[in-house]
Write a protein that binds this ligand. Sequence first.
Ligand code: ADP
Ligand code: MN
Length: 495
Amino acid sequence: QCPWGAPNTTSISCSLADVMSEQLAKELQLEEENAAFPEVVAVAEGPFITGENVDTSSDLMLAQMLQMEFDREYDAQLRREEKKINGDSKVSISFENYRKVHPYDSDSSEDEVDWQDTRHDPYRADKPTTTPRKGFIGKGKDITTKHDEVVCGRKNTARMENFAPEFHVGDGIGMDLKLSNQVFNALKQHAYSEERRSARLHEKKEHSTAEKAVDPKTRLLLYKMVNSGMLETITGCISTGKESVVFHAYGGKSATEDKVIPPECAIKVFKTTLNEFKNRDKYIKDDYRFKDRFSKLNPRKIIRMWAEKEMHNLTRMQNAGILCPQVVILKKHVLVMSFIGQDQVPAPKLKDVTLSSEDMKKAYYQVLNMMQQLYKECNLVHADLSEYNMLWHDGKVWLIDVSQSVEPTHPHGLEFLFRDCKNVSQFFQKAGVAEALNERELFNAVSGFNITADNEVDFQAEIEALEKMNEDHVQNHGKKLSVFSSDGDPPIYDE
Ligand code: ADP
Ligand code: MN
């Protein structure tokens, strides 16, 4: 006899009826799945797919989206099997470890983690710090920098303990495992996405036609937001501008308990075509807040910077109590905020709304107030303020579109403010608000300056002189003139 034992050739017999019913079940299941996960729509070339990545990377994106669909189907299949096996039994087994991990999660977030700081406002002017940022402890031979690889590696390993309990990290601490920052970040990202995925209760369908208007990378980002359950559905496009596209979405559930997603959201997608941003140079080129970052960044990151700026500016406004959209989340060049409006209908722009003279007057005083708050409390100049960027909602004016807003000490900040004042004055004067200040009075009322010139040319010249004075001062003394500070100190030149 063969030492390996004879192969058991008796096959399990099954009846034709069994085969038939199994096939039928398969077909039914397939049908069901097709209904639940409609095929990814073919990419229609949107108006602003960048030339450089139009062919290759859009294929990649498509492939990733398809992969995501497959993963989802696979996971759904696993869930069904798990359910079948467990049945009503008291002890259940989990297939969690066999779930798919979407490949794009690890590679799409690489610079997001390091670069985009959504909590701290880097655009806030630096306060002089007294504590030296030496970044090391100990002295002499025992010196350890905070970047010391061994210490850092152990710390990273220990920090793995903070991952969700389902996340298997092994016994890294026991074996004195040292994780490099890179590996740790990748793991962290993975752990978080796993956590989010397992927190997902229902599969969300996404049936958006509007998504065709954005480039594949962006579509994938939006797709992820819906897939993660953060957004319920993206219903359509509200606005297509030169620099951004705005979508409406119904909010879903947040992965974290403490955060509430508004029932309706606006998604502002900053266009990744660079040409449109060229004319924004003057906002950014001389801005001292950018001087450390601008030169190091590639154009893609600069666009993200606009989104980041809008987020930080909105947050400042929110904190000052100015009516404006509330930030929900920022992902790269996509900013999700609360929707101003109702039932998918955005609040009308001030230019499109017909108001009673009573309401118009109320609106004017509200705008005046907001401009002052913006300047004094937020230390910001809107820089694109007009009836186009003010919405009328709930009987009040709401400010939007603040990605280009700058601090008053920006080399052209006061000119921007004057332009804002001109727009606002003209609009309300035309609308018949007799009380509306003229642009020069408004400028003084907002900024606290007291420029007395009675004509535009002289006024403008004085504004430019002020800006130059501040610039020279920054050049010579490395800090801004205190005449710009919001507490209204007189100009002092000594340090
Ligand atoms: P752009 O730079 O393209 O002008 P905006 O931020 O002004 O970008 O948005 C364009 C338009 O989209 C606005 O005029 C407004 O109608 C709409 N919109 C933007 N954000 C919101 C929001 N949070 N709620 C409702 N509508 C919005
Ligand atoms: Mn706008």
